[in-house]
Design a binder for this molecule. Structure first.
Ligand SMILES: C[S@@+](CC[C@H](N)C(=O)[O-])C[C@H]1O[C@@H](n2cnc3c(N)ncnc32)[C@H](O)[C@@H]1O
Length: 333
């Protein structure tokens, strides 16, 4: 008879830490596949590992991992396709691309940022291109249908998109409503991405992209012809300098617009600590914005800021993007 004994431990499958590990890898892989330019092909036709990159070992291991986690499956040789679950994650990929592509480097260097060994904005920065691309994918799915409905209710001819990122709202508006516009962004990378998108959409004759600080409207040529200003996820960058600076900026916009002109904005509110329901997104959003020392305003705060600047708030919409608000304001007739 053997003296060996064996002990069996019951596994606790509720240990959330393993969900976080999975989430971290999932976020990194979706952002990597988007950045490698192959995610849309994976969604449309499926992919072989060799179509993703030349590192055979790692590309194969990546698809095996995604298959183990139920994101892809293969039934004909080595071509992998998204499963139903994979399609659901793909539809929401903008959030993953925005977080990992945009802020991944800063999150890796977080210890140095906490201790001031490195300074955000100087030694390390967000990747504005991937912030813009992620933001565009999120916007298309979770905001654009509401934006398209709102703009049908009034007339406009010239749009200025301040902090335009890759210009996707401007492009969609000019496309669907048949108007002209300008996109202004301070980031050369965002402007280059916007130029590419404008040209791809065949709208170079109707949309100008201007690399400038939209905080100084006087530096933006052609602003006097504008009758719709849009600012999507840009105004909190102005709020960074204080509520009074935000109101002064909105007043400057209000005064440069003709009577009856509109301003359309979208922003995410801060987390509500005393809420019963779980916060889906705002704590993560608030922490990334804290890298830039940016604070967030809730719906009442935005209503007050627009009103203090002389606008009438006409409509506030809650889109699918958690805790976001789309605000339509008008300069009185
Ligand atoms: C979160 S992104 C939003 C981009 C786009 N509006 C969207 O919703 O997809 C914010 C953008 O504002 C730009 N930005 C920040 N400060 C700016 C400034 N002072 N003037 C112009 N653009 C600015 C950033 O470069 C970035 O592209």
């Amino acid at each position: 008879m053997s003296n060996e004994s064996s002990a069996t431990t019951t596994l606790d499958t509720d240990r959330r830490v393993f969900d976080y590990m999975q989430g971290y890898l999932m976020c990194s892989l979706f952002a990597a596949l988007e950045s490698a330019g192959v995610l849309d092909d994976l969604a449309a036709t499926g992919l072989r590992p060799s179509e993703v990159g030349s590192n055979k070992f790692l590309t194969t291991a990546t698809f095996e991992y995604l298959a183990q986690r139920g994101v892809v499956s293969t039934d004909d040789g080595d071509r992998y396709r998204l499963t139903e679950f994979g399609r659901a994650v793909h539809a929401d990929r903008g959030y993953l691309v925005w977080l990992t592509g945009g802020y991944g480097e800063a999150l890796t260097a977080f210890a140095d940022l906490l201790t001031d060994k490195q300074t955000f904005g100087k030694d390390i920065d967000r990747n504005v291109r991937w912030v813009a691309v992620g933001s565009a994918i999120i916007g298309k799915q979770d905001l654009w249908p509401h934006v398209a409905d709102v703009v049908r209710e009034f007339e406009f001819h010239h749009i200025a998109d301040l902090g335009c990122g890759n210009g996707h709202y401007l492009i969609s508006l000019c496309h669907e409503v048949g108007v002209a516009g300008m996109g202004v962004d301070i980031s050369p990378d965002a402007c280059a991405e916007a130029e590419r998108e404008v040209s791809k959409a065949g709208l170079s004759d109707r949309i100008r992209i201007i690399e400038a600080d939209a905080g100084n409207l006087k530096a933006v040529p052609g602003i006097d012809d504008i009758d719709l200003v849009i600012t999507f996820f840009f105004l909190h960058e102005v709020l960074e300098h204080g509520y009074d600076v935000l109101v002064a900026y909105l007043r400057q916009i209000q005064e440069s617009l003709p009577k009856g002109a509109h301003m359309l904005t979208a922003e995410v509110g801060p987390p509500e600590f005393d809420k019963d329901s779980p916060e889906l997104f705002t704590p993560e959003y608030a922490l990334t914005q804290a890298l830039m020392e940016q604070k967030l305003l809730d719906e009442d705060g935005w209503r007050r800021a627009f009103t203090d600047a002389g606008f009438e708030v006409r409509q506030v919409i809650r889109p699918e993007l958690p805790e976001a608000r789309i605000i339509l304001a008008k300069k009185p007739d």
